[in-house]
Design a protein around this ligand. Structure first.
Ligand SMILES: [Zn+2]
Length: 379
């Protein structure tokens, strides 16, 4: 089979992995052979039938074919150990230094396997799962194959077909994933909570009393607390204000509130009494890649909710954006990309409040193993 794991030709292919002489074989040999057969047979379609220029644009056959290889592998058995396709597997490459955009001539690629195979395959998987949805993506992808079979598509033909068949503007996606080396790293920088004042003095002043009681005792106040006081020595210095409770509601305040409420419409009264929490989640795009924002909101009552915001949230500002989340419940934590679908390279800043991510060392080890395996890559 020569120096490579596999090689495609029209109507025939060669595939490297073999059992030992005694008929036994390792898991790596087994899955390596299944995967390479899927891959090389897949080349009958890309680029043999949808005849892109593989000398110019490696990704147009290898990337699309590796993406389809991933889909076929996942139909082989549950939890098939696919090497390429899962977003988390591409994160280390995406943030690495030595790389060029996918839209680079084949002769000039750096990290050939990651650039021409893994990154476009993962990009298409993300486009399918997270951006377009399976149904819309599959329709558009089939349209591309139908329109361009036995023809010579160029990159723009693929980009345009995916856009007009899906009916979705994907310029931002092609620009980021195919024309730059930016990576996904969105961070939750801060969360700010706003609550609507009820303006009811019986509610608000009680709240102020609790806040005052909960305020930290400063060092000076602590030390001054027990020093002898002049008004204790001369009690005649005391007046009304020494025993006055500043949080006690006055009749004037109550009647002012009643006048205020009487002037509200029914709808306004409902909003005033609904007890909404307004959370402003401040996001920063550290990696440069514009991506949808996916939150898991964990509430204090133990329930969770997933909120999916399309990439258009970044349309006015690529780097900083705040998302308001309105809820009657109290939030315990926000988690970004909880199901690892965006290839986010730094998971530590995906949590608010921050959490330690104990798997970082392990992820790094996996990436090393992948680089070793890559030397035996199929073509
Ligand atoms: Zn190939």
């Amino acid at each position: 089979n020569g120096p490579v794991g596999g090689m495609e030709y029209p109507m025939i292919c060669f595939n490297g992995p073999r059992p030992q002489a005694d008929g036994t074989y390792s898991a790596q040999t087994k899955y390596g052979l299944i995967s390479v057969v899927i891959h090389e047979v897949g080349h009958n379609y890309y680029p043999m039938i949808v005849n892109s220029d593989e000398r110019q644009w490696t990704w147009m056959d290898e990337g699309l074919n590796t993406f389809l290889q991933y889909l076929a592998e996942q139909e082989w058995e549950k939890n098939y150990p696919s090497r390429r396709g899962e977003p988390a597997n591409i994160a280390d490459y995406m943030s690495s230094e030595e790389q060029v955009p996918i839209m680079t001539n084949s002769e000039s690629l750096l990290q050939f396997g990651n650039n021409g195979y893994a990154k476009p395959a993962t990009a298409l998987n993300i486009l399918r799962e997270t951006v377009l949805g399976r149904e819309n993506f599959d329709f558009a992808f089939k349209q591309y194959a139908q329109r361009w079979k036995f023809k010579r598509p160029m990159p723009a033909d693929f980009f345009r077909t995916m856009e007009d068949a899906s009916g979705v503007d994907l310029d931002w996606f092609w620009r980021g994933w195919f024309y730059t080396t930016d990576h996904t790293d969105i961070s939750i920088e801060n969360v700010r909570l706003f609550q609507l004042s009820s303006q009811n003095p019986d509610v608000e002043k009680e709240l102020q009393r609790k806040q005052a009681a909960a305020a930290p005792l400063t060092l000076s106040r602590q030390r001054n607390e027990n020093i002898p006081k002049r008004i204790d020595k001369y009690p005649s210095l005391k007046d009304f204000y020494n025993d006055y409770d500043r949080f006690k509601v006055t009749d004037a305040e109550r009647s002012e509130y009643q006048t205020f409420v009487a002037g509200l419409s029914e709808n306004e009264k409902q909003i005033l009494n609904a007890g909404y929490n307004f959370y402003f989640v401040d996001l920063k795009n550290l990696g440069g890649l514009v991506m949808p924002v996916i939150f898991r909101v964990e509430y204090v009552d133990g329930t969770t909710e997933e909120i999916r915001i399309p990439a258009e949230i970044w349309r006015y500002n690529n780097f900083d954006v705040s998302k308001m989340i309105v809820t009657k419940k109290e939030v315990k934590a926000f988690v970004l990309d909880p199901r690892l679908e965006t290839a986010d390279t730094d998971l530590a800043n995906n949590f608010f409040p921050r959490r330690t991510v104990p798997t970082r060392f392990e992820l790094y080890k996996n990436a090393q193993q992948q680089q070793q395996q890559q030397r035996r890559r199929p073509q």
